[in-house]
Write a protein that binds this ligand. Structure first.
Ligand SMILES: *[C@@H]1O[C@H](CO)[C@@H](O)[C@H](O)[C@H]1NC(C)=O
Ligand SMILES: *[C@@H]1O[C@H](CO)[C@@H](O)[C@H](O)[C@H]1NC(C)=O
Ligand SMILES: *[C@@H]1O[C@H](CO)[C@@H](O)[C@H](O)[C@H]1NC(C)=O
Ligand SMILES: *[C@@H]1O[C@H](CO)[C@@H](O)[C@H](O)[C@H]1NC(C)=O
Ligand SMILES: *[C@@H]1O[C@H](CO)[C@@H](O)[C@H](O)[C@H]1NC(C)=O
Ligand SMILES: *[C@@H]1O[C@H](CO)[C@@H](O)[C@H](O)[C@H]1NC(C)=O
Ligand SMILES: *[C@@H]1O[C@H](CO)[C@@H](O)[C@H](O)[C@H]1NC(C)=O
Ligand SMILES: *[C@@H]1O[C@H](CO)[C@@H](O)[C@H](O)[C@H]1NC(C)=O
Ligand SMILES: *[C@@H]1O[C@H](CO)[C@@H](O)[C@H](O)[C@H]1NC(C)=O
Length: 889
């Protein structure tokens, strides 16, 4: 490919794009035959006039299929009946089964259409409210351009369509959300980022519904508001088919749509209990001595470090599955891992997808992958080459039938429990896939040289004996090429419609779009799946190392459904207040919309230098990310929490809250795994009738009932926070606060505290105190906090198991209900916790009680009443192994 040709095509596409409203002038289609078969409606569509050929030739005949799959889900597909087009493979995203007893009559949402010009709508059956309507926007269906556009309510409340770093409630004016996986340093808003989740939830006071567009091709989704059209949403897609799932959601409970989305893409995996502990990482730990020192220093500072990580620094010449013998010698690394394990701590190492291209150099991973022929191929059948950390690289082909055995074997060898590095979790990065080779990548060797990859080390190696812890089957390429002929007529390098990719050309700094997988699929179609497929392969590889145990695989790139196997960090943010603030929208997207709940941003920020105040505030906000990891760049100042006394104290305070709440959030994760109930909640999930909550993304609910409202501005010691009309309880004092649907200024929030409130109506299970490891935490007793609602009632649940098994053989599953002055704790107690319920705290109490009875027996001298904060403290001291009741009158 010649660069001049590429540039010409690009500018031509840009010129066409500037006339984008041209799609509205296209002829659209006419519905001709309509047939109904049970719960499926089939409609033949025929081009309704002179083709507009806006980015290719309009396809004359289309097939529309509408299936009422469940009472709350309609599946709508528009395909070309004469030519097979790419669809997201079932192997990557299995399709949900339809419920055979569903009929259009019983469905909560309905499909309607007009025949000429063809347009369709989806409406809520109970109210006839239209949720999606293509009326007046002709459908455009060309080989490399699909356009589908719906009108929306003015300034609609739209959430999702990530991965993005916009506000959680998406802007409705002039927004282009581009979906094309990209190594997005600095996670800039207004651009495409690492992963792709083409799902949105739309909220109205009349209900919440969802629309999932199952397509992995590059696309621009535009939301705009104009005087002529009001608010609209438009999909502009460069391949695949139109494949939509409409989810009815609910008229009253916004979280219902999340459960329905989970029915399509799956519920998230449960993660190990230990993974909720604090993680410490950085790029730029120079050698094993420094890694060991960090572990020691955390313990000296009394800050619970659960899991230590190491970035690519440990590798020899940045080659995956190798170790640098001078800086990170195997015996010393094994010593560190043994030390961590002996102290109930854990270890995680980075594995990138790209493998150094090293023929004849004796690099085992490269040689074994080449022998098994598992590398992604260029259009001419040779290995597709890019440039990543080790220099010139090949990339695993995740569709290759031999890839799983290759990848599992590499993990088994390198991360071997007996002879290698016995890691507890995996970290997979650069899997967009990222390449540093800019288009045209005709000489990757030259580009690697120019970029000095891999770079030489700049420190002297440590004394190898330095003391540490002193203080404490072959693919048929020909047939693959043959299958690829399908695409010969298409311009996959520079399609006529150029999506708004922030990296420029589609192939720039990533795999080429004409690179070919073993099954003949090309990256043009499957690019957005690369990270998720690597996630699955890595999950399986980790599972085979420790069969039956949950995995923790933290990835950068994800696609819809990824949460079933993988966990996620939000990528390379900056150490600044903007990124601190927008991390909340980031975790809300992943955990409450996309079902990738084990998520966090790099605490204290990744790139550039953090500050003491930022790191202190971030340590406390990060304690309410489901995944809490401090991580930074190799050129940034050190930012472990113990580096500043204020940050250390902030971290100790917040980690104590986090650890006390660990079983509460673990229970929320279990519920998400069971039925897709989100682990984090934006305020509007719980106050759907209160429009003031719809755009709030600087406050959120951790689990169902913990309202987190961090200080959000540099140097501020106060924060203005919104309290919906409800009662809240200050987590620190337990005193009630009556929310009044208004903002309240919280003053004197020093650098070691964070405003946290309990939402009324909850019974919270807490450990009585934190601990230095999650193993020690599990030996702490429980206490229950009853935070009554306006009817004097409260409810909660607690799930406990061994914390590691995928299928635990014993579980404890308890409900707590407080009504009419009686707390009833009941359920099953299969998993022996070995601890007591030491006390029950009842909040919002205005008089000392007259009588307190435990299981019907009066308790004397067991209560303390705090009249200032209205808290009654009842000592219970019962083994937590049976139902009990506590009556307080
Ligand atoms: C299938 O749909 C019927 C009719 O609406 C409903 O009663 C039944 O519970 C559904 N079954 C499942 C497994 O969801
Ligand atoms: C379906 O659409 C037609 C044509 O726009 C309209 O007349 C009819 O009322 C709609 N039906 C329902 C149930 O909304
Ligand atoms: C987008 O980023 C810019 C630059 O950091 C910032 O000024 C702006 O407020 C951000 N917008 C949103 C919606 O986050
Ligand atoms: C819309 O956004 C684009 C890209 O951010 C910007 O260049 C353009 O000026 C904006 N147009 C309007 C009308 O705001
Ligand atoms: C939004 O509409 C304005 C006015 O028509 C237009 O200039 C702008 O390009 C549109 N933006 C998007 C993202 O479609
Ligand atoms: C590729 O990305 C680089 C930035 O890394 C940019 O300078 C260049 O213009 C891009 N090239 C194309 C063809 O998009
Ligand atoms: C915060 O305080 C520091 C030190 O006084 C100052 O340099 C900085 O500009 C302040 N930041 C803001 C946003 O006011
Ligand atoms: C299952 O239960 C048995 C008996 O209680 C116990 O010995 C075994 O270790 C348990 N297995 C796991 C994986 O917890
Ligand atoms: C405990 O309560 C559960 C109901 O939640 C009940 O099924 C169980 O039988 C009770 N256990 C005992 C020992 O009464």
């Amino acid at each position: 490919m010649r660069p001049s040709y590429g540039l010409y095509t690009l500018s031509l596409a840009a010129a066409i794009r500037s006339a984008a409203s041209g799609a509205d002038a296209c002829p659209g289609y006419t519905a001709t035959q309509v047939t109904t078969n049970g719960n499926t409606l089939t409609v033949a569509l025929t081009l309704a006039g002179v083709p507009c050929n806006i980015y290719g030739s309009d396809i004359e005949n289309l097939l529309l299929e509408v299936t009422y799959e469940t009472d709350t889900r309609i599946h709508l597909k528009i395909t070309d009946p004469t030519t097979a087009r790419y669809e997201v493979p079932e192997s990557v995203l299995p399709r949900p089964a339809a419920n055979a007893s569903t009929t259009p009559e019983t469905a909560a949402i309905q499909f309607n259409y007009t025949a000429s010009p063809f347009a369709f709508s989806i409406f809520r059956a109970s109210t006839s409210e239209i949720l999606f309507s293509t009326a007046s926007y002709p459908l455009v269906f060309e080989p490399q351009y699909l356009r589908l556009k719906t009108s929306l309510p003015l300034d609609a409340n739209i959430y999702g369509l990530g991965e993005h770093s916009e506000n959680f409630r998406l802007p409705t004016v002039n927004l282009t959300r581009t979906l094309w996986s990209r190594d997005a340093y600095g996670v800039p808003n207004g651009t495409n980022l690492y992963g792709n989740h083409p799902i949105y939830y739309e909220h109205r006071v009349t209900g919440t519904h969802g629309v999932f567009f199952l397509n992995s091709n590059g696309m621009d989704i535009k939301i705009n508001t104009t005087a002529e059209e009001g608010t609209t949403l438009e999909y502009n897609v460069i391949g695949g088919i139109l494949d939509l799932y409409f989810l009815a959601g609910s008229e009253t409970d916004p979280t219902e749509v999340a459960r329905q989305y989970a029915e399509v893409v799956g519920t998230p995996a449960e993660v190990p209990y230990w993974s909720f502990g604090l993680h410490q990482c950085r790029f730029g730990y120079t050698d094993f001595v420094e890694v060991a020192d960090v572990i020691t220093n955390y313990s000296l500072a009394n800050i619970p470090l659960e899991t230590m990580w190491t970035d690519i620094d440990y590798m020899y010449n940045r080659r995956i599955f190798t170790i640098d013998p001078d800086y990170f010698p195997l015996t010393r690394m094994r010593q560190i891992i043994d030390y961590l394990h002996a102290h109930d701590q854990h270890y995680i190492l980075m594995t990138d997808p790209a493998v150094a291209y090293a023929p004849g150099e004796g690099y085992g991973t490269y040689d074994r992958g080449s022998a098994a022929d598992v590398w992604l191929k260029a259009a001419n059948g040779s290995y597709f080459l890019g440039v990543v950390w080790p220099g010139v690289t090949v990339f695993p082909d995740w569709f290759n039938p031999s890839i799983q055995s290759f990848w599992t074997n590499e993990f088994q060898m390198f991360y071997n429990q007996e002879t290698g590095l016995d890691i507890d979790g995996a970290w997979i990065d650069m899997n967009e896939p990222s390449s540093f080779c800019v288009v045209p990548c005709t000489d990757p060797f030259e580009q690697a040289r120019e970029q000095d990859l891999p770079p030489p080390r700049t420190t002297v190696p440590p004394d190898p004996n330095a003391p540490i812890f002193v203080n404490s089957s072959k693919t048929d390429v020909a047939s693959a090429l043959q299958k690829r002929q399908n695409y010969s007529g298409e311009n996959v390098l520079y399609p006529p419609y150029a999506i708004d990719n922030a990296a420029g050309a589609l192939s720039n700094r990533t795999s080429y779009t004409n690179a070919v997988h073993a099954n003949g699929l090309i990256e043009y179609n499957t690019h957005n799946l690369f990270g998720t497929m690597m996630s699955t392969a890595t999950h399986n590889a980790m599972l085979s190392r420790r069969p039956g145990l949950r995995t923790l695989v933290v990835t950068r790139s994800t696609f819809s459904g990824a949460g079933k196997r993988v966990q996620k960090w939000l990528g390379d943010n900056f150490s600044d207040w903007e990124h601190y603030r927008n991390s909340i929208a980031g975790i809300l997207n992943m955990a409450s919309v996309f079902h990738v709940p084990m998520v966090g941003a790099d605490v204290c920020g990744y790139a550039e230098d953090t500050t003491e105040t930022l790191c202190a505030r971030w340590a406390m906000l990060g304690a309410f990310y489901p995944f809490m990891r401090n991580h930074n760049d190799d050129t940034s100042i050190s930012q472990e929490f113990y580096r500043w006394p204020t940050v250390a104290q902030a971290a100790r305070n917040a980690l104590s809250m986090r650890y006390r709440l660990l079983d509460y959030i673990y229970t929320a994760f279990h519920q998400d795994y069971l039925d897709g109930t989100p682990v984090l909640n934006p305020l509007w999930y719980k106050y759907p009738q209160d429009p003031s909550t719809f755009s709030i993304d600087l406050q959120f609910l951790y689990g169902p009932s913990i309202l987190v409202s961090p200080v959000t501005d540099e140097n501020a010691t106060s924060v203005s926070i919104y309290f919906p009309h409800d009662t809240f309880y200050d987590f620190a004092t337990l005193a009630p606060i009556q929310g009044n649907a208004s903002y309240v200024e919280i003053e004197n929030v020093d650098l070691t505290s964070i405003p946290v409130y309990i939402r009324s109506g909850a019974v919270l299970p807490l450990r009585v105190q934190g601990a230095m490891t999650t193993t020690a935490l599990r030996e702490q007793n429980f206490e229950f906090i009853i935070a009554p609602n306006s009817s004097g009632e409260a409810f909660g649940s607690l799930y406990v198991d061994d914390g590691v098994s995928i299928t635990p053989n014993a579980t404890t599953d308890v409900n707590m209900a407080y009504k009419n002055g009686i707390l009833a704790v009941s359920g099953t107690f299969g998993h022996a916790t070995g601890v007591n319920v030491s006390r029950v705290l009842l909040l919002d109490v205005y008089d000392a009680p007259q009588s307190v009875k435990l299981n019907g027996h009066g308790l004397s001298d067991a209560t303390l009443y705090d009249a200032t904060n209205k808290v009654l403290d009842v000592t219970v001291d019962l083994p937590f192994d049976d139902n009990f009741t506590l009556q307080i009158l």
